[in-house]
Design a protein around this ligand. Structure first.
Ligand code: GLA
Length: 444
């Protein structure tokens, strides 16, 4: 069987990547980097498009991620460059008066994720003095990533989280008290939670993207070997062992090669449909429409209630009632799938003999819902799912925001060579990443 290594994106050897980045930093800025920080990308078992409805999400960190080498400045400026060929346009300088929600230029640029994070850390420092950013603090940064950009694996959150750790280390009392790698041990769970929340503020308030916090939580709070069961009602996390799924199986992310970054408008549109449905039902957060341990029948009850309330209406705040109903059905069924997985992985479903096929069935049902109800899938993703199932995968689904991005596949190692050959026939742009649940953001 012919199978090429070229289709795999390797996570690389962190020490090699770091030492290469540090020497490139020296060439670029003519001075030494003070340190390097890393944050991972993420894949989700379930829980798409429900973080902003307070649903449960099940992310895990990849070993692929984003590395930031940095050194401080005292003139308040940021100078930034990325080594990613698709984004690199040389060194970008951000002046202090260009940092913050009002000050950020309208035209989209990757540097806004980084300058947004510096603004958000300053804001956090107002209530937590240990995070207060020094007066006049700025930095030179060089960025490299082993994640496909726009691949639906949260390259943006990885950039935010690696950058916020760099700023924390170089520009705050917390960093002065805990130099370099000491930072990792010093960061408490609460600290990580607050830093993730600051990254969310950067993305929502500065970049203007409608993130619900799933990605930043995964990057900042993931645990090796675990899937995080993230309850978005209060952002509490329960790390769950994933070993029971992976015994005899592998999870792989198939990057379709179709980047999703141009579709922010559609993402917001889908979210707005579901929010309109929530308002009609009288809920601020859709999760509250279901009981603590929801089942399929609960979804039917809510949909009946929706139909009753919508009966006399032509539109829902100008939106199509059918479309809002489909978004509602996606959100509710996705919530039920998440709860089911949570209980399965918590060991409560003791006696489920074929756990991989149960999980696989949930993955595939999630894809159908993304395709038919959320309507965020696209041809290549549907074809990848079909192909994976035809090659014997237990399950497969589109992950992330959709309109481009990656498909998660649960499959036996023995079936992977045939799958890679079949996938190469779909598109030359397809790449595979091994999903081995890894560590959260850290100083290297
Ligand atoms: C994007 C957003 C997340 C989440 C996912 C879909 O990645 O940033 O908050 O909504 O899409 O699950």
């Amino acid at each position: 069987m012919r199978t090429t290594d070229a289709v795999w994106i390797a996570p690389g050897e962190p020490q090699e990547i770091q030492s290469d980045l540090v020497s490139r930093f020296q060439q670029e800025y003519g001075r030494a980097a003070s340190g390097t920080w890393f944050a991972p990308g993420r894949a989700n078992l379930n829980g798409e498009h429900i973080d902003f409805h307070a649903g449960r999400c099940l992310p895990m960190a990849l070993s692929h991620g984003t590395y930031v080498a940095a050194a401080p400045r005292t003139d308040g400026r940021l100078r930034l460059r990325t080594l990613d060929a698709s984004l690199d346009d040389g060194v970008t300088t951000v002046n202090p008066d260009q940092i913050g929600p009002e000050a950020t230029p309208e035209e989209a640029h990757w540097s806004h994720y980084v300058s947004g994070v510096l603004w958000a850390l300053r804001e956090l420092g107002r209530s937590q003095p240990t995070f207060a950013v020094d007066e006049g603090f700025g930095a030179d940064l060089l960025v490299v990533s082993t994640l496909p950009i726009g691949g639906g694996l949260s390259s943006s959150a990885a950039l935010e989280c690696a950058s916020i750790l760099a700023f924390l280390a170089l520009g705050t009392p917390f960093g002065q008290d805990n130099p370099l790698q000491d930072l990792n041990a010093a960061l408490t769970r609460e600290n990580r939670r607050d830093l993730a929340a600051a990254c969310v503020r950067a993305e929502v308030e500065v970049v203007g993207a409608g993130t619900g916090g799933l990605d930043q939580t995964a990057a900042m709070r993931a645990r090796p070997g675990k899937v995080l069961s993230l309850d978005c009602r209060d952002f509490s996390v329960t790390p769950l062992d994933i070993g029971c799924i992976l015994r005899g199986y592998r999870l792989i992310a198939v990057d379709t090669g179709e980047a999703h970054r141009l579709a922010d408008g559609q993402f917001g549109d889908r979210r707005a449909d579901a929010e309109a449905a929530a308002r009609l039902l009288g809920f601020d957060r859709l999760r509250d429409a279901l009981p603590e341990r929801p089942r399929k029948a609960d979804v039917s009850h809510v949909l009946e209630e929706f139909d009753r309330l919508a009966e006399q209406l032509e539109t829902l705040q100008g939106r199509s009632i059918d479309a809002c109903r489909r978004r509602l059905r996606h959100a509710l069924t996705e919530m039920v799938r998440s709860e089911k997985l949570h209980h399965l992985l918590s060991g409560e479903a003791y006696g489920v003999r074929h756990i991989a096929s149960t999980v696989g069935g949930i993955l595939t049902a999630g894809h159908m819902s993304m395709r038919d109800d959320a309507e965020v899938s696209f041809d290549v993703a549907d074809l990848v799912v079909e192909t994976a199932l035809a090659q014997g995968a237990e399950g497969a689904r589109l992950i992330g925001g959709g309109f481009g991005g990656s498909v998660l596949v649960l499959i036996t190692p023995a079936a992977i060579p045939k799958l890679t050959v079949a996938l190469e026939r779909i598109s030359r742009g397809i790449r595979l990443l091994d999903v081995a649940p890894s560590s959260a953001a850290q100083a290297l």
